[in-house]
Structure formats: C-alpha cells, structure tokens
Design a protein around this ligand. Sequence first.
Ligand code: SF4
Ligand code: SF4
Length: 377
Amino acid sequence: MSKVVFAECRTYSPAEVLAATQRIFEALDVDHLFRRTEKVLIKPNFLLPSGDETAVTTHSQVLLALCRLLLDLGCRVAIGESPGIGTLAACIARKGLGEPLKKMGVSVVEFTRPEPVPLPEGRAVKSVPVAAELRDFDAVISAAKLKTHCQFYFTGSVKNLYGCLPGMLKPEYHLRFVETERFNRFLLDVHDAVKPRLGFMDAVVGMEGEGPSSRGRAKPAGFLSASTDCAALDIEAMKAVSLSPTLAPYLQERLGRPAAEVINLGKIEKVVFEPPAKMESVLSTIPLPAGLRKVLKRLVVPVPVFSVPPVCKLCGNCQKICPAQPKAAVIEKGRVRFNRNYCINCFCCFEMCPHKAIKLSQPFLMRHWRRLKVPSL
Ligand code: SF4
Ligand code: SF4
C-alpha cells in the first residue's frame, strides 16, 4: 500500500523546513529509496521567475532542504526545469538560489531538448517527448507547490511534471489536446514517462482561488508532504486543504484504486482552500455528445479578457505563449487583440501574464457555480 506522509511545518524558517523534511524522509525510509552516488534531479514548480513570497513556485527553503538531505545520503543532486515563461537561470536568480546551490555543489539543468520516451501503454500517446536531459539522472523528484489551477482545478506533484516537456512543446501539446479530457490523459502519460521516484509537496503556504499564478491567493496550509505515489500524494494533499480530488480529472484513475495510508507527523489541521471558480473539469468527466459538450462549453468555460495599457504593459508574453494557430492573442496597434474563434481556452496567457492584465470572463453557468455544492470529503 502507498504511504503519504504529512509533516507539520508552519514557517519557512530553514531549521523548521529541514527538520520537517528529515521527519518525512525517515517515515518514508528515503535512505533506502536512493542509493549513494545516484544522480537525483529535483523538478520544482518554477512556472515563471517569481519570488518566494508569491507562492507561485516551490519555496527555496524546501528545495534547499531536499538538496541537503539528498547530499547527506551521498547522492549527486541537480535542479532541473523548463519554465513556462523565462529561463531556469532567471527563476534561480529571482529566488536568490544561485549562491546557496553553488556552495552545496548542486547543479542547475535547463531542459532544452526533447527525446521521445516510448510508452506502449500510454493513454493519449505512445511516446512522450520529455527532456533529453532527464536521461542523465537515475531518479527524479517532483517537488511541487500545492496550488489550485483554473483549468485543471489543482496542480501538485503529477501536473508539475508537465514542465519536463522542454520549451514550446508545452503550448504545442496544449494545442494538440484541446479537449481537456485528452490533455488530462496526456498528463498521466508524462508522469509515466518521467517515472518520478518521489513526489514532494510544499504546502507550508499554498495557493487558493484562481491559481496557479498571479490571480491566485497565497494561503498557509502548514505542512510538507511526500509519497512515492505522486497521484496519491496529490489526492491526500487536496483533502487536507478541503479541495475535492473528484474534481481533478487526472486523479480519477488513481481514485479508482485503494487509498494510500496517511501518516501525520505533528498537528496537520484541515484548512479550507477556495477552489477555482470553474467547472470545466466537472463537465469533462460527464459523458456527453460532442455537440452538446460544445454548447455547454460556451456556457461554462471562460475566455480571457485583456486589459488595455497602462494595465497591460505590452510585454508580449501572452502572444508568445499562446499555442493557438493562428494565435488568438496578438499585439497590434498598441494593445492586445483577442480572437475568440481561435482561442482554445488553455488559459496559458492568463497564467503567464506578469501584470495581472488578463481576467477571465464569467460565462452564465459559471456565475452560479459557487452556489453549487462541491462534494464534501
Ligand atoms: S502578458 Fe499581460 S501585460 Fe503582457 S502583453 Fe499580454 S496582457 Fe499585456
Ligand atoms: S488566447 Fe490565451 S486562452 Fe486563448 S488560446 Fe491563446 S493562450 Fe490560450
């Protein structure tokens, strides 16, 4: 049976984070999970260059604690990522992690080249183009940040691995799997291609509301957690913050198997995170004829609404990240022009706008969503 271990951790003080991580390692017998001299890659959630205070990315102290303990086990350690926006170097610099990592001898690996990993049993694809750089490592740890997600309801240690697709492959696959259901199956394929040996969740402070980026709100949850079973980790972490795992489509498959054993170290108080105001994940789990789904989608799925300057700084991130062909968001004549007909509702622009210049429209059914009762846990 899988185990999910939670450790109370109220602050990001280096000593508290290290002690909580150490307790989790002991409970999961991590000494025996990684062998001396193994090369271990830690995959954080570095969605974009962002400071620790925003709760958008995995906290520096969590990463440093993981590095410290893995180094103590005799492993060789690296941090690897392909951010949605910006470079890994910019993410590391923004967090002030350059020097501490250098002193510890931890290398930094930006994912640049794809290499197909055959996946004969894949749900959406039979081969996944994950970063070739992963081949240089014996083991991967998905070091996630607990956040709500306006498209997938939740992002944790499974969804975090989507960043193992290098560069523009991420928006490309959003385009390839416009249907949320197929994209969710693809997320599981990415997870299986990467085969993380450990999932780790930074939930000392997580994110609620319209995550996973600037529209969400930072909220303390007061714990770190981990498991060798990433989907089980995400499910139990969601329960701990009162989010319903039944609303995260990519976790449905795991929900159909026996639940993990949960071990609490210290006081893990159940907190209530506000879910994203969106119901496409529910819609996508209901078997409906394609035509009816399309009509309902119009009623329930928001579209991005772009502010004009000066709120919009015309940085061009939305145009750059937009995976639609032709692009649904382009800068023209001093403002962002949006074409709804091209939009595939991936919300990459919304996630990546660094100036909060994009809102999501409130379609009719969505306005009433908050009155509907989310299944209790
Ligand atoms: S990403 Fe945001 S600030 Fe930048 S151009 Fe687009 S809407 Fe404007
Ligand atoms: S406009 Fe925004 S939501 Fe629409 S396809 Fe482009 S990035 Fe996705």
